[in-house]
Unconditional design. Structure first.
Length: 378
């Protein structure tokens, strides 16, 4: 079976993950890459053996069926609209847009053109998170009642080569990291009904300590600590914190509490990890994730940890779904619902009230058991 030709727009830091993932795939082939700065495209093209072209040339290429949008968040919506107007399917890095109205316009344009919209994150398709989904669906913790999600570091300016956009409109820890947590929560519990939150700007400026911009100053335009409560349509409620103002903590990333037990969920920024489950007040026991795909460690982090990183599998599912004429799991509808939830935190804090969530979505279909991208053919 011939591979589907794809193009990539945006050759920044995250493009390495997508180019590496595509190189391992029998479903897709990266034909060319483009970037606002041609030298960035040429550098990535040379590194991965693909052609570097202008954005206009990429969008006019009749062989390319899907375009991956890896631009900065504020450019996600306008670039995705250009991709759709070129009658190509689009798969965007998260978030889908920075405002709900932009996402709605994109979805309407895609429907008019008869093309699909997909969006990261796809980490919820990983073995650790699919095992948690299976445990909840099997009733192993009873009825989900509550939960806690937590992410806190001291920001992006200490390691990212160009961190300014993280602190401008479309950035902040909730829009940057929150998609991993909210998407996994929707995968586990279903759609969100309302949000309440309080936000804080920890510091008006940030000093970059990473190269090559070390010593430069960033003016912060977005909240850098967000505390909120999510109320789900199924009746559960979950507290969530995302922050770039914390030097150290001892909080776990994720817990779900049910009527018959509790569940420790692995870090949703990665695909693997070891979930833990307890029935009522019994001891914690690990959940075996080995029957699920995308859980084996395949990358070492800067701290030396071995993690499972299979970014691009959401795009691979979308490619397989196009061929099979079935829904894809990292859908635009899911991403638009997640975006509305993400934006509701700042709105709730600013207006001092609960924000009702107007969009909804279906929980994505769980992945079949198996190994590798073959599960998308099932």
């Amino acid at each position: 079976m011939a591979r589907i030709d794809i193009g990539i727009i945006g050759c920044g830091n995250i493009s390495h993950s997508y180019l590496k993932g595509a190189a391992r795939s029998d479903l897709v082939r990266v034909k060319c890459v483009a970037d606002l700065h041609m030298e960035a495209a040429q550098e990535k093209g040379a590194e991965y053996g693909v052609q570097a072209v202008t954005m206009d040339r990429l969008l006019s290429d009749p062989d390319i069926q899907i375009v991956i949008n890896l631009t900065v968040p504020i450019a996600h919506a306008p670039v995705s609209l250009q991709i759709v107007e070129a009658a190509k399917h689009v798969y965007s890095e998260k978030p889908l847009a920075t405002r709900r109205a932009e996402a709605e316009a994109l979805m309407l344009a895609a429907a008019a053109k008869g093309v699909r919209v997909g969006c990261a994150p796809d980490t919820f398709l990983g073995a650790g998170h699919q095992a948690c989904r299976r445990a909840i669906d099997a009733g192993e913790i009873g009825r989900p009642i509550a939960g806690s999600a937590f992410f806190a570091t001291h920001g992006m300016e200490h390691w990212h080569p160009n961190p300014e956009f993280f602190f401008k409109r479309g950035g902040g820890p909730m829009l940057d990291v929150g998609p991993y947590y909210i998407t996994q929560l929707v995968n586990l519990l279903g759609p969100v009904a309302r949000v309440a939150a309080q936000t804080t700007v920890g510091s008006a400026t940030r000093t970059v300590s990473s190269e090559p911009l070390k010593g430069s100053t960033i003016q912060v335009e977005v909240p850098t600590t967000v505390n909120g409560v999510l109320s789900f349509a199924n009746g559960a409620n979950v507290t969530i914190t995302t922050s770039w103002d914390v030097w150290k903590h001892r909080r776990v990333p994720f817990e779900i509490y049910g009527s018959e037990g509790s569940l420790l969920v692995p870090d949703p920024n990665f695909f693997g990890g070891e979930p833990m489950l307890t029935e009522r007040d019994s001891d914690w026991k690990p959940i075996d994730i080995s029957p699920h795909p995308f859980g084996k460690p395949n990358r070492s982090t800067n701290s030396g940890a071995e993690v499972a990183d299979y970014r691009i599998v959401g795009l691979l599912d979308m490619a397989a779904a196009i061929r099979a004429d079935r829904p894809h799991r990292t859908s635009g509808e899911l991403a638009m619902h997640v975006l509305e939830v993400l934006c509701a935190f700042e709105q709730s804090s600013t207006e001092g009230r609960h924000v009702m969530i107007e969009t909804s979505c279906e929980r994505p279909e769980p992945l079949p058991l198996g190994e590798g991208e073959e599960v998308f053919m099932s």
